[in-house]
Design a protein around this ligand. Structure first.
Ligand SMILES: [Zn+2]
Length: 341
C-alpha cells in the first residue's frame, strides 16, 4: 500500500519520542496517522525508537475498526492482507480520537500524576487552557477504548490522561502533536527527589554464582536506596507494562534472604524466578537472560518513583487487574515479540 507523506513525518517524530526514556520505554507507546479510510498505526511489540529504521506501521481499515469497537470486538481489521505485523493492542484508541495524528506515550511525569489519587484539582490547574480529560484505569485494549469512547461522547479533548497508564494526545499534524506531548510533560513536571547511589560492589557480590546481575541504569538502584521509593514499589503495581514485563509489584530481599533463597522459594511455589529484585540499601538486580524490554520497564519505574512526592496517595492497580494483564493473550504476543527484539 502507498504510504501517505504524513507517515514519513510520523516515523521521525516516533523515533524521537521512542529514544527519550522519559517518554517511551521499550515497546511501550504507539503513534498513528489517519489518511482517508486508513489508520496507519504502530505494530504490536515494535519499538517506536526504531520507527525511522524499520517498517513498524500497519494499515488498519478505519471504518472497520470503529465498527469492530462498536460491536465489542478487540481484533482490529488490517487493511493490507500482505501485512505481516499485528496492529498495536491500543489501536482502537487511535481510531476513536478524531485527530489526524495521535501519539500515545508512557511519559513519566504524566504516569506519576496518573498513579495518584486526589490530584485532579492540581492537574486541572497545571493543564489550564488545554482541552484535556482524565479517564480512569481500564485494561488496555477494548476496556480502555470503551471508557475513552464514553469520554469522547461528552467532550472533545486533545489531551487524555489515562489513569495508571500514560498520556494520549491528538492534533492535526505530527509537529503539533509532538509539541503537545512536551507541553503536557512540562506542565506536569515533578522535581526529582535525591537518593543515595547504588552499591554496585555489594550487588556484584550478591549476584556471584547466580543468574542475576546489577541493573545497568543507576536510576534503578535508587529504587532500593530510598526507603520511600522502596515502600511504594514493593506495595503494588502502578501501570500495566510493569505487570506485563516485570510481574506484579517489586520483590525486595528481606533480612537473611539471598537471591538463591528467593529463586528456590519461587520454584517451590511454582513461580518463575523474579525478573528483577531490589536489595534494600544497595540497588536493583536483574536476571542475566533478560532482554532490553524488561530492563527498560525497570528504568520507567525508577523514573516514575523518583518523581512521586513523599505525601503522594498512591492508587495501585487492583489485584484482579494484575491477573487480567498476566493472563492476556494479546500481551503475551507483544512480550514474546519484545523478547526476540
Ligand atoms: Zn500504553
Amino acid at each position: 500500500m502507498v504510504q501517505p507523506a504524513e507517515l514519513q513525518l510520523l516515523k521521525e517524530v516516533s523515533a524521537r519520542l521512542g529514544r527519550d526514556m522519559s517518554l517511551v520505554q521499550g515497546a511501550g507507546g504507539n503513534t498513528s496517522v489517519k489518511e482517508g479510510d486508513v489508520l496507519w498505526v504502530k505494530a504490536s511489540g515494535a519499538w517506536l525508537s526504531e520507527a525511522d529504521k524499520r517498517d513498524i506501521f500497519v494499515p488498519v481499515d478505519l471504518p472497520g475498526a470503529l465498527r469492530a469497537l462498536g460491536q465489542g470486538i478487540e481484533k482490529m481489521p488490517v487493511a493490507d492482507p500482505a501485512a505481516k505485523l499485528r496492529p498495536s493492542i491500543e489501536t482502537s484508541l487511535h481510531a476513536l480520537l478524531p485527530h489526524r495524528v495521535v501519539l500515545h506515550v508512557h511519559a513519566v511525569n504524566t504516569i506519576a500524576w496518573a498513579s495518584c489519587a486526589g490530584v485532579e484539582p492540581e492537574i486541572a490547574t497545571r493543564l489550564d487552557g488545554l482541552a484535556w480529560a482524565r479517564v480512569p484505569y481500564r485494561r488496555p485494549g477494548l476496556p480502555l477504548s470503551q471508557v475513552v469512547a464514553e469520554t469522547l461522547a461528552q467532550r472533545k479533548p486533545d489531551v487524555l490522561i489515562l489513569g495508571n497508564h500514560g498520556l494520549l494526545v491528538g492534533a492535526t499534524d505530527c509537529a503539533a502533536a509532538e509539541v503537545l506531548v512536551h507541553e503536557v510533560e512540562r506542565r506536569l513536571h515533578l522535581p526529582l527527589r535525591a537518593a543515595p547511589a547504588g552499591d554496585r560492589t555489594a550487588l556484584e557480590a550478591l549476584c556471584r554464582g547466580t543468574d542475576y546481575r546489577p541493573a545497568a541504569d543507576d536510576a534503578c538502584h535508587r529504587l532500593a536506596t530510598d526507603p520511600h521509593r522502596l515502600a511504594i514499589v514493593t506495595k503494588g503495581s502502578l501501570y500495566p507494562d510493569h505487570v506485563v514485563f516485570l510481574g506484579p509489584a517489586m520483590r525486595a530481599l528481606s533480612a537473611g534472604e539471598t537471591i538463591a533463597t528467593v529463586v528456590a522459594a519461587n520454584a517451590a511455589a511454582g513461580l518463575p524466578p523474579p525478573v528483577a529484585l531490589l536489595v534494600p540499601g544497595a540497588g536493583a538486580v536483574m536476571r542475566s537472560d533478560i532482554q532490553p524490554g524488561a530492563e527498560a520497564m525497570l528504568v520507567c519505574l525508577a523514573l516514575v518513583a523518583e518523581r512521586l512526592p513523599v505525601d503522594a496517595r498512591i492508587s495501585y492497580l487492583p489485584a484482579d487487574e494484575e491477573r487480567a494483564l498476566l493472563d492476556w493473550d494479546a500481551e503475551k504476543y507483544r512480550k514474546a515479540l519484545s523478547l526476540k527484539a
